[in-house]
Ligand binder design. Sequence first.
Ligand SMILES: [Zn+2]
Length: 62
Amino acid sequence: MSWQQLVDIVREGVAEAAAEQTEPPTACPNDGEPLRTGPDGGLYCAWDGWRPGDRYVGDQLR
Ligand SMILES: [Zn+2]
């Protein structure tokens, strides 16, 4: 194995990790409910009000 092959493997892993992080969540981590798009354009769970970033629907009103 050459150094160039090693570098390519590392770069591939970094790119995959970055792609996973930027992918928006599609389901609620609490109950697995598929997320819906709210009136403000943000995702939310219709079951318990969870929103990405560990916030909940109505948090901004408090
Ligand atoms: Zn939920």
